[in-house]
Design a protein. Structure first.
Length: 299
């Protein structure tokens, strides 16, 4: 063995092992976790502050120190739920009705349209998807006047049905794109097997495709629900001004007066408004990652 070979072997034994791709140093790991912890605190702190404020009287709601001991009470919640500060329960019922109707209609239209675009060839297919994309490019403020005129011509201006139709125009294009991408990931062999067994195209869609598309349906349902639940501009423009016809997002404006803002009641109402959205998120959370990632594979 030559001297060069011996020296090379010695160098190989003393050399530090190569770091695998993706390995981090201790300092980098600490920095990453510190950054994530800081970002989490920034995201959670406003929610925590609203929750603390909701237990304070209006006179002490704007204090900079979140004191809870000896000053906390549920009076704000009691007054809101009892109807002393607006017809909160009526607003809640209106919001639930409108959000559920928007969710059901949007998911049905989006699922059937997305499946048709994914599986069939027909004239105007590209134009249809392009029109959905163009609709998403317009800001809400630009659409208020033309939508108002359309609802007025249909005779549904100022009604919950009219607002549901408006929300569907916003939710259906995005949900259709999402579900179309998800249906593209489902093999067409399943459709062919269903037709061999004697199922109609709609039977294949209902009995075979929809059960496989539950993650995508959950994501679109969650998006449609949130679209209708917390929206303010359309609800203010297209609903009747009567107190009992308002949604929750619009009803919260009664706590913001010209010369005074009832921060404690506003915070308590905001917490109550957030509860249904949290419940819906909890119900569909296990489908969210799968539905979003699968729907983004193909466009």
């Amino acid at each position: 063995m030559t001297v060069e070979a011996v020296s090379l072997r010695a160098v190989d034994k003393t050399a530090a092992p190569l770091r695998k791709r993706g390995d981090r140093s201790t300092l980098a790991g600490v920095g990453l976790h510190a950054a994530l912890g800081g970002a989490s605190l920034i995201a959670v702190f406003p929610v925590f502050w609203v929750l603390v404020t909701s237990f304070k009287p209006d006179a002490r709601a704007i204090e900079s120190t979140p004191k809870l001991v000896n000053e906390s009470s549920v009076d704000n919640y009691a007054r809101i739920l009892s109807g002393e500060k607006g017809d909160f329960l009526a607003w809640f019922g209106n919001s639930i009705t409108i959000a559920l109707m928007t969710t059901v209609i949007s998911v049905f239209l989006s699922a059937t349209t997305g499946y048709a675009v994914s599986r069939f060839r027909f004239p105007g297919k590209r134009s249809l998807m392009l029109s959905f994309l163009v609709v998403q490019m317009f800001p809400f403020a630009v659409l208020i006047v033309p939508l108002y005129n359309i609802l007025l011509a249909l005779g549904v201006q100022g009604t919950s049905l009219g607002l549901v139709l408006v929300y569907c125009t916003t939710a259906v294009p995005f949900c259709t794109y999402m579900l179309k991408g998800y249906f593209d990931t489902i093999p067409t062999d399943i459709d062919e097997a269903g037709r061999v067994d004697g199922l109609s195209p709609f039977g294949v869609f209902r009995r075979l495709i929809l059960p496989l598309a539950r993650p995508g349906l959950a994501v679109t349902a969650f998006y449609a629900f949130l679209t209708a639940w917390g929206e303010v501009a359309f609800a203010s423009a297209f609903l009747s001004a009567a107190d009992g016809s308002k949604t929750l997002a619009v009803g919260l404006q009664v706590f913001v007066q010209q010369n005074r803002t009832e921060w404690g009641h506003l915070a308590a109402a905001s917490v109550l408004v957030a509860i249904p959205a949290v419940v819906v998120f909890y119900l569909v959370q296990r489908f969210l990652v799968t539905g979003l990632s699968s729907g983004a594979v193909k466009g």
